[in-house]
Structure formats: structure tokens, C-alpha cells
Design a protein around this ligand. Structure first.
Ligand code: T4K
Length: 393
């Protein structure tokens, strides 16, 4: 494709006038927010399991078709509580290709993360790869449903049963996603979700843990607060991890709009798929099962595309298209966790190739098409491709 426009890296005007963030927040109409908050203010009740948090726990368990949903302050706290509730010392097998919260939650819970490589297609750990990491110190496996794609629930369950290990999931990306027709929420002993502002379900921070295990639910409800009306089940530790009424108000409103937001995401995802299919060297990950389409994840093959992932991200930034290199460099490369003896081949490759493109409510299909066109323009800009180091570094 020949383009007349001078790309921003060569001094042209940016493709977008103002920054287009990787995630734009999904917002309900202001009148609905006002109405909901009038209720909160009118009741003078803001914390400690008010009516909205109670309602949210009920609606979440009903929506996700799971026995118990326990809402908390954020996704990281959901992971921390879930990990701490295991009350076991030892090692947990986990991917490194994830948001750092997954690993930090284990460390906060006093557990030792053991990094496992991922499958290069699914971007998740597999039962086969996990089995190679099991030692007599292993107590659990934490799978991550990355990009809302299921992390082998059946084979990991079978493996963990065979070895007597606990299985928990980081489902931060997974609200509204299904595996074999079943919503995420009931896999493993428990699953942790995030309702961060950048997620398809925006609780303005927030999260929850779901489980079908009544004892675990009781322990988690006890661990999340100090409120005297809670049960006094014996638990390892208690926190203030309660979701507020304000967060519950936002989450409930956002839940009502979830299916519309997912449908809009799907439209943009399909437009990206179409636009990027015409660009050799770029491939957008596929969603075979029902997904929330929140993440537009692209793998850059620099030899075919002609530019590296990092060059493309830098050039797009100058166009006001703000992408993310999730999850570079991989948590196993953090100084705290780095082991010279550890090599995660697929993780290393993906950390250098994957980027996330913008998606969310503030974007139209035209915007998606414009982003795809801009990528063409950057690739076709010979001057830039040859001298990129001088232009953007
Ligand atoms: N497990 C996994 C696998 C996760 O991906 C995450 C979080 C967690 C656990 C932990 O869940 P939480 O504790 O966060 O509930 C973002 C999010 O902060 C994070 O929630 C998310 N995963 C991660 C994948 O992405 P950042 O630091 O890369 O992006 P951030 O927060 O700067 O937001 C991206 C852009 O979105 C901003 O540059 C501007 C825009 N934005 C953001 C916020 C917060 C807005 O326009 N408005 C906003 O209010 O981590």
C-alpha cells in the first residue's frame, strides 16, 4: 500500500490528535451512575458489606453460574487471598508470561513461585509443561486464563488430582469468557477476577474470587474483613479486602452493560482481524471459544514485517496510538526472581514479539481501520524503516 501521508516519526502530523490509550474505560451513562450513587449517599453506608456488595456477590455467582462469588478491592487482592487461603508452605507452579500481580500475590502469601514455560499458541501453561516442574516441594498450580483464553482446566485438574496438588486460576482477563460452554468461575478450587478500570467489566478497581467449595468460600469471606457480623472461621490471616459500596455500584452498572460492551469489543476485534490480515508478519491472536474480546494481541514477526515489535510500538506512540508490550520482560527476568539456570524458550520469544493494540468504548470501527492503515504506512515508509534508530531513539 502506498501512502501519501508522512508518518509522525518523520515529522508528519500524528494519525490521532489526542492519545488513544491501549484501554479506554467502559463507562455507563452518567445519569445511571448518579442514580446509583444517590442511593449510596442516601443510605450513609459505604463499606462493610452494604446492600450493593451483597447484591453484587449474588449477581456475580448467578451470572457466572458458580456457587460463591466474594467481591474484594481489586484483582491483586483476590489473588492474594486465594493464594493465602491455601495455607500451605511450598512452591506454586505458575507462568512468567503474565501481569506481575499473579506472581506478587504468591510471594505476598509466603509461597514460592516456580516459573513454567507456556505454549506458543495458547500463551498459557499446559499440563505437560507443568508436570516437568513438579517436585516434592510443589503444593499448587496457578493457571492464568491469559487474554480470556482458558488455561487447560481439564488436563490441569487431572494432573493436580494425580499429584495431590491444589489448582487455582488467575481469571483477571476472563469475565464473560467461556470454556466448553461454561463460564470461567468454577474451575479449580477457586478463580480470581479483576474489575480494574481497564477491564471489560469496570468497577473502578475491584475484583472477586469465585468457588464452588463452601468451606473455601467461608474462609475467604472471613479473610476479607474484620467485620464483627462475619463468621469466625479459623483462617490463616485476615485483611481489609472489602469492596466498597461505591465500587459495587460501578460494578453492578457495568455488569448490566457487559454483553453490549463485549459485542462492541467483538466488532472492533473483527475489524482488527480483517485489517491486520493484510499485513504480512503481523498476526492477531484468535479467539476460538466465547471471549470478551477485550485484548487485541498481536504477534510481530520482525523478519517478515520488516520492523521489530519495539520499533512499531515506538512509531505508533508518535502517532498517538499507545500500545503496550504486555508482558515484557516476563517476571522471571525481574532481579528478585532471576535464576541463571532457568530458560523459558517460548516465554522469551513471546516477550519480544507480543504487543497489545488499543480497544474500548471510545473507539469506533473507523478508528480501528485508521490504526491498521497507520501500521501499513509505518511499514511502507522506506526512509523510516532504513533509518528508524535515528528517528525514534
Ligand atoms: N492478573 C492479571 C493476568 C492481570 O492482567 C491483572 C491486571 C491482575 C492479575 C491484577 O488485577 P488488578 O489488581 O489490576 O485488578 C493494566 C491494569 O492496571 C491491570 O489491571 C491489568 N491487569 C493490566 C493488564 O493492565 P498497566 O499498568 O499496563 O495499565 P494502566 O493501568 O496504566 O492502564 C492502561 C491505560 O489505560 C492507561 O495508560 C490509560 C488508560 N486508563 C487507565 C486507567 C486506570 C484510563 O483511561 N483510565 C483509567 O482509569 O496495567
Amino acid at each position: 500500500m502506498n501512502s501519501e501521508r508522512k508518518i509522525a516519526a518523520l515529522g508528519g502530523a500524528p494519525a490521532f490528535q489526542s492519545p488513544l490509550h491501549v484501554a479506554q474505560v467502559n463507562l455507563p451513562a452518567w445519569e445511571k451512575v448518579e442514580e446509583m450513587f444517590k442511593g449510596v449517599f442516601g443510605r450513609h453506608y459505604f463499606a462493610n458489606h452494604g446492600p450493593l456488595v451483597t447484591e453484587l456477590d449474588r449477581v456475580l455467582s448467578e451470572t457466572l453460574q458458580v456457587e460463591h462469588a466474594i467481591s474484594v478491592t481489586n484483582g491483586t487482592m483476590a489473588l492474594m487471598l486465594l493464594a493465602r487461603s491455601l495455607d500451605l508452605p511450598g512452591e506454586v507452579i505458575v507462568p512468567s508470561f503474565t501481569f506481575p500481580a499473579t506472581i506478587q500475590a504468591l510471594t505476598w502469601a509466603g509461597l514460592d513461585p516456580v516459573f513454567c514455560d507456556i505454549d506458543s499458541e495458547s500463551h498459557t501453561i499446559t499440563a505437560e509443561l507443568v508436570e516437568q516442574k513438579i517436585t516434592n516441594r510443589t503444593v499448587a498450580v496457578m493457571g492464568v486464563h491469559l487474554w480470556g483464553r482458558a488455561c487447560e482446566p481439564e488436563s490441569l485438574t487431572m494432573l493436580c488430582e494425580n499429584y495431590g496438588l491444589k489448582l487455582i486460576f488467575d481469571a483477571a482477563h476472563g469475565i464473560g469468557c467461556k470454556h466448553k460452554g461454561r463460564f470461567f468461575g468454577g474451575f479449580g478450587s477457586g478463580e480470581a477476577f479483576s474489575f480494574h478500570a481497564t477491564k471489560v467489566l469496570n468497577g473502578a478497581e475491584g475484583g472477586c474470587i469465585t468457588t464452588n467449595d463452601a468451606d473455601l468460600a467461608d474462609r475467604l469471606m472471613t479473610m476479607r474483613n474484620f467485620h464483627p457480623s462475619e463468621t469466625y472461621t479459623n483462617v490463616p490471616l485476615r485483611f481489609n479486602a472489602k469492596m466498597s459500596e461505591a465500587q459495587a455500584a460501578m460494578t453492578l452498572l457495568s455488569l448490566k452493560e457487559l454483553k453490549y460492551n463485549i459485542a462492541a469489543n467483538k466488532g472492533r476485534y473483527q475489524a482488527y482481524m480483517k485489517g491486520l490480515a493484510e499485513i504480512p508478519g503481523l498476526s492477531c491472536i484468535e479467539y476460538i471459544e466465547e471471549n470478551n474480546y477485550q485484548y487485541i494481541v498481536v504477534e510481530v514477526d520482525d523478519e517478515i514485517f520488516g520492523l521489530s515489535r519495539d520499533d512499531l510500538v515506538d512509531a505508533l506512540k508518535l502517532e498517538n496510538i499507545l500500545c503496550r508490550k504486555h508482558f515484557y520482560p516476563g517476571v522471571h527476568n525481574w532481579p528478585k526472581y532471576k535464576l541463571e539456570s532457568l530458560f523459558l524458550g517460548n516465554t522469551e520469544v513471546l516477550c519480544k514479539k507480543i504487543m497489545q493494540l488499543p480497544n474500548g468504548q471510545a473507539m469506533s470501527i473507523n478508528d480501528v481501520n485508521k490504526i491498521c492503515k497507520t501500521i501499513f504506512e509505518i511499514r511502507d515508509s522506506r526512509e523510516f524503516v532504513e533509518l528508524k534508530d535515528e528517528f525514534i531513539r
